[in-house]
Design a binder for this molecule. Sequence first.
Ligand code: AKB
Length: 316
Amino acid sequence: MTRILITGVNGQIGSELSERLGGLVGPENIVGLDLRPATPPYLIAHETVDITCKEAVRQVIEKYEVDTVYHMASLLSARGEMNPDQTWEVNMTGLKNILDLARGRNIKIFWPSSIAVFGPNSPKENTPQNTILDPNTMYGITKRAGELLCQYYFDKFHVDVRSVRYPGIISYKTEPGGGTTDYAVEIFYEAIRNKVYTCFVGPETRLPMMYMDDAVRAAVEIMQAEWDKVKIRTSYNLTAMSFTAEELANEIRENITEFTCNYAPDFRQEIANSWPQQIDDSRARNDWGWQHSYDLASITTEMLARLQEKLDTGTS
Ligand code: AKB
């Protein structure tokens, strides 16, 4: 029986991964690890541990006889610019700790990279898998360095580590924190609560995006793929769709006619401008069969319906 450790389990993706993986292998076979204590519904074991403390992480891995790690603990792009030292420490030391602990223990790893590995000189349209990678945020630098570290541990120490470059992730269960693409989630909360949102990037800002269901499924599917189908051991480009902030606001207005979106770009605009507008993920589609399910219209109806339910039941 597989025993799975999810680091950063309280975060936007970690919390939903724990539900999906719990459904697959049973919650009793999952342990969550986070700097913060467990959050409801308390279905899995939880360890409150700092990912930068290798000895504490080692004890968790041995205590639960972990054979698979979804290493989601990370600081995101916007928060990363406010705390570059901490971002390096959490993102790089955290990843290296997991890779070191996997070495020799036959532990399989999923680790998320990001579109933040691209930079101002990367092509903006149909951005290829292999191209100029010149990130200019600390988050992007840690993701690119992390990709190379994964490749190194795979080549030198045969650590089976698999990765995708996530676009912005849209979800309703756990709010994201500290990312540049967070506007694409906040806009839904504000549309329902106040019918107005002030967006921190301009209306023409276009970025690759994905619904959480697809993001979680991608993580599970790349981990389930036959070993030889995973041909890229840095990280795969991955996307579902691209839209501008204004297109998103217009789609919400199709459902909530009174909704107004204002724009007040801040420092996150520059980060968004440095990222691709639309990426080519054909390698993921060809190598291990990646296919997305949700488009902008289906995300919008789903988000509005689920958030309204949350609000009505007082869980938002
Ligand atoms: C962020 O905005 O920092 C993240 C990402 C695209 O990696 N959502």
